[in-house]
Design a protein around this ligand. Structure first.
Ligand SMILES: Nc1nc2c(ncn2[C@@H]2O[C@H](COP(=O)(O)OP(=O)(O)O)[C@@H](O)[C@H]2O)c(=O)[nH]1
Ligand SMILES: [Mg+2]
Ligand SMILES: [Zn+2]
Length: 344
């Protein structure tokens, strides 16, 4: 940090400020209508699933079907997401979403780009108010690749959401997968191993999820829905009514769904995400999200080093990779992501 040239750090700071501002704006979608977002409301429901023009909302221990306030003149799935807290009003027999309570976080598949805020269509928002993301991967079927994890991590970090990794299908695990998991343990990310078949690690996963609004992300087929079921089956008595109701539609995987499995503890199960578009990130930001680069900050010969095409003897990061101090898979992911930006 201290090695940074002052002009550079000023510039970085400026663009960061701009980005933070843009992100804040996107969090509440204030572009839409000023009075839609409120700071607080005593009585609210939680959105569990959103269709094009309406939403299922968990409200007073019941699931109600609600439509968005007409005057907003926008499709429901463009401004509310699973996990959102909304204020409802009953008009005749219909529930209307009158207000949205200000979000804590908003997870977007594509980074919130400061220049494209107004083009809401380009942004794929997944869930709101997430405290913790569980990146679910499987040992086999589909095979484990660190590049997926790295892309998920990038997206989650840029949304400011804490993440843990859950390796499911641990019944199929071999040495090879163990090595990949070690990469992440070494950079300080918690790894939980589970098997829904053998009922392994489920209790540990519950401990991590307890008291949080969590989201399961990961490629299709890794076991997100199976894990959601495994977590839900526990403690049927306590949350029985809600959990039975929110189990509705469990088989479909086209949209994200919200499940409460214990008081104050919920899971958002997401469908498989096919492409993880990280092309709207900028290199400066990507560098920051590779935590393990931190300790080499300012040590490259050129202060604007991208740790990319620069010669080995000028780049502290490349040297660290060569020395085995930074994991090669992670560095390769970094290079692939930068390659992707340059080919745009
Ligand atoms: N071997 C093994 N297979 C599992 C495990 N958990 C889930 N599966 C299987 O993996 C497949 C995909 O599971 P699903 O929960 O639908 O994955 P999702 O697409 O991530 O929601 C199903 O055939 C499950 O039976 C596990 O712990 N071990
Ligand atoms: Mg699923
Ligand atoms: Zn470098």
């Amino acid at each position: 940090m201290s090695h940074y040239n002052s002009f550079d750090s000023f510039r970085t700071k400026k663009s960061k400020e701009k980005k933070d501002k843009a992100r804040k704006k996107a969090l509440t979608n204030t572009v839409i209508k000023d009075d839609f977002v409120v700071d607080y409301a005593e009585d609210f429901g939680i959105v569990i699933e959103v269709k094009y023009n309406n939403a299922y909302v968990l409200y007073h221990d019941d699931i109600v079907f609600a439509k968005l306030r007409k005057d907003l003149n926008i499709a429901c799935n463009k401004i509310v997401y699973p996990g959102d807290k909304v204020v409802l009003e009953k008009k005749n027999n219909d529930y209307i979403i009158q207000n949205l309570i200000k979000r804590k976080s908003l997870l977007s598949r594509i980074k919130v780009d400061s220049t494209r805020i107004e083009t809401k269509g380009s942004l794929k928002n997944i869930a709101a108010n997430v405290d913790l993301a569980v990146i679910v991967v499987s040992a086999k079927e589909p095979p484990l690749h660190s590049k997926f994890i790295d892309r998920y991590l990038l997206i989650l970090q840029s949304s400011n959401i804490d993440s843990v990794i859950c390796l499911n299908k641990s019944d199929l695990k071999s040495e090879q997968e163990e090595k990949i998991l070690d990469i992440y343990r070494k950079i300080g990310i918690k790894v939980i191993e589970t098997s829904t078949y053998e009922n392994i690690g489920i209790e540990e996963l519950r401990d991590v999820l307890r008291g949080k609004q969590a989201i399961f992300v990961g490629n299709s087929g890794v076991g997100k829905s199976s894990l959601t079921n495994a977590i839900m089956n526990y403690n049927d008595i306590k949350t029985g009514s809600i959990s039975q109701k929110s189990k509705r539609g469990c088989h479909t995987t086209t949209s994200s769904k919200y499940y409460i499995w214990e008081d104050d503890s919920s899971i958002i199960d997401t469908p498989g995400i096919r492409s993880l578009d990280v092309s709207s990130f900028d290199i400066e930001e990507i560098k920051e999200y590779f935590y393990e680069f931190d300790e080499y900050k300012g040590k490259c010969k050129y202060r604007d080093c991208l740790h990319y095409k620069e010669p080995l003897d000028s780049c502290a990061i490349k040297y660290a990779v060569e020395q085995g101090k930074i994991n090669k898979n992670r560095y390769d992911s970094y290079v692939r992501i930068i390659d992707g930006l340059n080919n745009k």
